[in-house]
Structures are given as C-alpha cells and as structure tokens.
Design a protein around this ligand. Sequence first.
Ligand code: R5P
Length: 288
Amino acid sequence: MSDQKSPDNDKIEAAKRKAAYRAVEDHFRSDMQFVGIGSGSTIVYGVEAIKAHLKAHPPPERHMNWFVPTGWASRKVIEQAGLTPIAFDSVPSDAMLEVAFDGADEVDEELNCIKGGGACLFQEKLVACRSKKFVCIADYRKNQKRLLTNWPSIPIEVAPIAHASVLRELKMLGSPDPKLREHSLAKTGPIQTDQSFYIIDAPFKTLLSSLDVKNGADGSGKDGVWDVETLAKRIKEINGVLEVGLFYGLNGKEAQAVGLQGGQKPVAVYFGLENGEISVKRYEDVEK
Ligand SMILES: O=C[C@H](O)[C@H](O)[C@H](O)COP(=O)(O)O
C-alpha cells in the first residue's frame, strides 16, 4: 500500500479522516469502559477523533476508558494518543466491549468485509466478536457491490509449517494464484503476523452475496464461483488456517439475540467520499 504524497492521496486521507470523525461522533461516548481499536492507516484517524472527543467531553470522575488493541501497531497508536490500552485477555471475562472501530479493505452491499491487508485479521476478528457493535471506517475506494471487485485477494493467516499445503488446497478450491505474502525489497522472507504466523493472499472470482444465493445463484464453488459465507467456512476448515479475512454472518446485535457475545459483521460502515461528504451503509438498511 503506497502512501506517497499526491493530490489523490491527500483526498483519500481527508476522506478517511472525515469518515472517522463521523463514526466516532455517532458511536463513541466518554462513559464507555472497553472500546476496541482496529489496525491500519484509517483507524489512526479514529483514535485521533476519540482523543478529541474525550478532550471535549471528559469522562465522568474516576471513570476509566480502556482501549483494546488488535495488535502491536494498534497498541502503539493507542499509546501515542495518550489513551490507555488493555490487552484482549485482560478484559474481565464477563465484560463486553461497547464498540469496536476498525478499517476494511473492501465492503460489499451486505456489509461483508475483506480485512487483513495489513496482516492483522485474527485479533481484529476476536475483538469484533467481543463487541456489542462493530463499526468500520473506510474511504470511497473500498465501497463495492460485491467482494473481490477492486481488492484482489483474500488474506488468510496460516501456521508457517502448513503454508505449502494450504496454498495447494486453496488452488483446489479454485484460487488461481494464491501467494505467500513476503516483505518487499528491504527485507526478504514471509511477513509474520502478531501471532508469528504467515499470510497467504488468495485471489478468487468476485464473490456472491447471500442475497444472490437466496435468489438462486450457486455459490458452492462450482466453476470457481463462491458466495462469501460458503468460501469463508471452507477456507477455515483447511488444516493450518488460523483465520480468514472475510468478516460475514451476524452483526453484534443479531449475535447477542442468539446468545453469542458479538458478530463479525459491522452494524455500520462510514465511507469518506471524494467530494468531502460521508456515505453511511447501515446494516438495518441492507436488503435481506
Ligand atoms: O490487517 C489490516 C486491517 O484489516 C485493516 O483494517 C485493513 O487492511 C484496512 O487498512 P487501511 O485502513 O490501512 O486501509
């Protein structure tokens, strides 16, 4: 991901920042106790917005806001903003996160997401699934009708010892050219995640949504055509796969209604647009 300075880049950064401030304004309150913070370049603006919110609306006396990171880089962002991090496994077991904010690589019209472009998907999914609501922030490039439209591949976190066999199985599922993610020029070898695992980026044909399936489309993998949920489950079944960068299924509210802590799907995604406006996709508005 290139972050070279260019007019386009300035526009993208401005879009991310604006979307982040709106998402925080709509979903963060100073009296929240546990808040999840995702990873990547967009969430940096989310943390900036939270810091500004806390300055303008200080928390009640003796109230602590704890921020749950989704990896090393995310913890650094929290610390650098002067906020207090708490490790995921230090959150009391009976407590939930009120909200988690995160970025996304691509979002479809059902609010399914591809995540893991920055190699942080495993902890991001843990945090999303422990949150009453998960809110995504992104720029206009990420807003697509179907997944794998603009974003080229699905990030998958795998055990190093299993990477070759996982690559082979992904090809059998119809991924034409899955690749182990490697460092660019400065350092050679596979990129390692916060779990010291590897990332495989697996391209597939553009994914069907659950609405397509409901309308009769076949997402079972025949001719390499998959729907989001079927493919995510199939990849997760491969030995050696820790997590798949497809966030789908229930959102927090739906998950709690069936006795789970939280879901992987956002309740809302805030897109910063090129013209400086913000477009919000809300789960409640999704055609089901
Ligand atoms: O692994 C990284 C995460 O899933 C990020 O949230 C995602 O890649 C979006 O990153 P960015 O905000 O830099 O576009």
